[in-house]
Design a protein around this ligand. Structure first.
Ligand code: SF4
Ligand code: SF4
Ligand code: SF4
Length: 298
């Protein structure tokens, strides 16, 4: 049985591809975007979270941890995620359910079973299943086994991808999908590195390959304040998409849905208190793409 690590399975998704969809969130991402709305997606292993308002400070969890991954600091239970082996003993031992885990090991069969529960909705709405994350292609065996099982059921399968995957592996996996929702974050390689921790060379190389090989691609730009939200950025991104030969693009305005998760994970958040963007803030930005004959929408 092929297994992998996921952190959420969301039914009735309406924004992750056409129709009604089930979105399966794979855990693990090669990027570290400063604005990431799913910080729990980045590490490809189980992470324990403490809901401090419930904690009695009894330290039972700390005493039972086999890896000394729990410590008590500033009157709070904290975790060393590198040491944690994901055994979940602390979660089971806590008398007040103050601990929970982000991430679960699941088999392909378990995921397919959940996805099939909504097959009628997919058929009625031309929907299907979307792999999100994290980065699905970072767990290639698990991903491929899952696509194969979903395809046996004639289910439309999409992926939201960073495109930051080793070239040969990307070429093997990309065209197995009915739709690639391909993130394009910046045209400038140094700016891309500043915001995400990686350069964009490999991403653009894969995007060009997928375009030349007739994969069905919808490029998506997360529009992030101070990173890529100026009109100069819009021009740079529109020129890049045109040069590659793409004809449409979706804009994803920055939002703050992930803020609370940073607190729970005890992680610094670069975008704390930054104002969210809305389509009405980005009219001139959108026009830049439209004027260059790109079908640009939200
Ligand atoms: S690519 Fe997506 S999941 Fe990965 S760090 Fe960036 S925003 Fe988060
Ligand atoms: S999951 Fe296991 S290893 Fe990780 S902190 Fe809890 S008890 Fe320790
Ligand atoms: S066992 Fe639960 S209540 Fe006790 S210290 Fe750990 S998290 Fe807090």
């Amino acid at each position: 049985m092929v297994k992998g690590i996921t952190f959420n399975i969301q039914k009735f998704s309406l924004h992750d591809g056409p129709g009604i969809r089930t979105t399966v969130f794979f855990k693990g991402c090669p990027l570290k975007c400063q604005w990431c709305a799913n910080p729990e997606s980045q590490l490809q292993k189980i992470q324990i979270i403490c809901h401090h308002e419930k904690c009695l400070k009894c330290q039972t969890c700390l005493r039972h941890c086999p890896s000394q991954a729990i410590f008590f600091e500033d009157q709070k239970i904290k975790f060393n995620h590198q040491k944690c082996i994901g055994c979940l003993q602390c979660v089971d031992m806590c008398p007040v359910e103050a601990l929970s885990n982000e991430g679960e090991i699941k088999t392909v069969e378990e995921i397919v079973k959940i996805c099939l529960q909504d097959k009628d909705f997919y058929e009625e709405s031309n929907g299907g299943v979307t792999i999100s994350g994290g980065e699905g292609m970072a767990q290639p065996k698990f991903l491929e086994a899952l696509i194969q099982e979903l395809k046996k059921e004639n289910i439309h399968v999409a992926i939201e991808t960073t495109g930051y995957i080793e070239e040969k592996l990307f070429q093997k996996l990309a065209c197995q999908f009915d739709l690639l929702l391909f993130d394009v974050k910046h045209y400038d390689r140094n700016k891309h590195f500043e915001g995400t921790g990686v350069y964009n060379d490999l991403i653009l190389q894969n995007l060009k390959w997928a375009t030349q090989n007739q994969c069905n691609i919808l490029p998506r730009i997360p529009v992030i304040p101070g990173f890529n939200d100026s009109l100069d950025d819009a021009h740079g991104l529109a020129n890049l998409l045109k040069e590659i030969g793409l004809k449409r693009v979706q804009l994803l305005p920055f939002h703050q849905f992930g803020e609370k998760k940073y607190e729970l994970l005890n992680k610094d958040y670069h975008y704390k208190n930054k104002k969210a963007l809305h389509p009405e803030d980005l009219k001139a930005y959108q026009d830049v793409f439209i004027k260059k004959d790109l079908d640009c929408f939200f």
